[in-house]
Ligand binder design. Structure first.
Ligand SMILES: CNc1ncnc2c1ncn2[C@@H]1O[C@H](COP(=O)(O)O)[C@@H](O)[C@H]1O
Ligand SMILES: [Zn+2]
Length: 351
């Protein structure tokens, strides 16, 4: 079996996927048809062909945040959002994913409230789960461009949904354009959610901001996303790198996203190697598989090919990712998926 087939068939765990960044072209077409049929005419003429930022695209990370508006126009009603959720989960499962923590930012639209937004996604997850085996959970996102009141509103909703459906809502996260807003402002809000029992993950170090990165690491989130500008070689400092190493916070690594937003110059020079060589916990993830034209199996394949990892090392990465999932009750079950597959393929793993 070649490495890309192996990465495709390996049961994988997705821990960093933004719903609206994960929409495929076919899902977007389906949503356009659905909205047109529902009589929501304004939203049906979005330029879906501008949604994908492939390698070589001259657009920057800043431009990337504009692109999400295209997806947002298509997920503006509860029905469309539910379909978007269902189809996206179906694609992750078809790619060999056995557990996913999908994340999304509740928005008020002319057709729904933030509460209805969360309900629609959960509805999509529940419908999907009735007919499929992949386990799906939801992390609610707070955008860095929101004000304190809006962040509080989202945290309160997250807590409310978590208390009613702890089997589905597992965490809260901070994302959005890293040049906007300050982590400190969100600390009381995130802490409130954390004290209610939710797990926390933060987009950390997508741009160089040593002061904020140190505050984030010292906050001891359950995971962080990206962790680029931490080592001195990547615009960080010795102090930041030492703090990360000491913390053992698992890092959600998104290779293609980082290359396509030009946060790192190439796959070869991606900081995955530093994290891996330092034995730090990592979770290979897609970030926005629609915007960056990738898939979880493609990210595993790129990782294997770029850093010369063999099948056993790649499978070991998938297995260790099980330890970082927010729904700890499912850990053993998904570990078994990976182990069963590797046993069949004559690969011995360390549990
Ligand atoms: C590329 N790196 C990134 N860095 C930071 N935030 C990102 C991101 N990629 C996506 N998002 C966040 O996810 C939203 C889209 O999905 P949802 O509407 O929430 O489902 C974006 O608007 C942004 O806030
Ligand atoms: Zn992200």
């Amino acid at each position: 079996m070649d490495i890309s087939t192996f990465c495709r068939e390996l049961p994988k765990i997705e821990l960093h996927a933004h719903l609206n960044g994960s929409l495929s072209m076919s899902t977007m077409m389906e949503l356009q048809r659905y909205l047109a049929d529902s009589g929501v005419r304004d939203e049906t003429n979005v330029f879906t062909d501008e949604f994908v930022l492939s390698a070589g695209d001259t657009r920057t990370m800043e431009d990337c945040f504009q692109v999400f508006g295209i997806a947002h126009a298509l997920t503006c009603t509860p029905g469309a959002l539910e379909i978007a959720t269902y189809l996206t989960l179906q694609e992750f499962e078809a790619d060999g994913c056995c557990y996913i923590e999908l994340r999304s930012t509740p928005r008020d639209t002319p057709h729904m409230t933030k509460q209805q937004y969360i309900t629609a996604i959960l509805q999509g997850i529940k419908k999907f789960s009735l007919q499929h085996t992949m386990e799906s959970r939801l992390i609610i996102s707070v955008n860095r461009n929101s004000n304190k009141e809006e962040a509080e509103e989202i945290a309160d909703l997250t807590i409310e949904f978590y208390q009613k459906q702890p089997e589905l809502v597992v965490g809260i996260e901070l994302s959005g354009n890293p040049t906007i807003g300050e982590f400190q402002m969100f600390v009381p809000t995130l802490t409130k959610a954390r004290q209610a029992g939710l797990k926390v993950t933060l987009h950390c170090g997508e741009i160089c901001n040593p002061k904020e990165i140190l505050e984030m690491i010292n906050y001891k989130p359950d995971r962080i996303g990206h962790a680029i500008c931490i080592h001195p070689k990547y615009g960080g400092t010795d102090e930041l790198w030492a703090a990360l190493c000491k913390s053992s916070i698992p890092v959600e690594v998104c290779l293609t996203s980082n290359v396509n937003t030009k946060s790192v110059p190439s796959y070869d020079s991606h900081h995955f190697k530093l994290l891996y060589d330092a034995n730090l916990p990592v979770a290979i993830s897609t970030d926005d598989k629609g915007v960056f034209a990738t898939s979880l199996s493609q990210e595993y394949t790129l990782c294997a090919e770029t850093f010369n990892l063999d099948k056993a090392q790649i499978a070991q990465l998938a297995l260790s990712t099980c330890k970082y999932v927010f729904d700890t009750s499912i850990r053993e079950k998904i570990q078994e998926n990976v182990i069963e597959f590797t046993n069949k393929n004559g690969i011995k793993l360390f549990v």
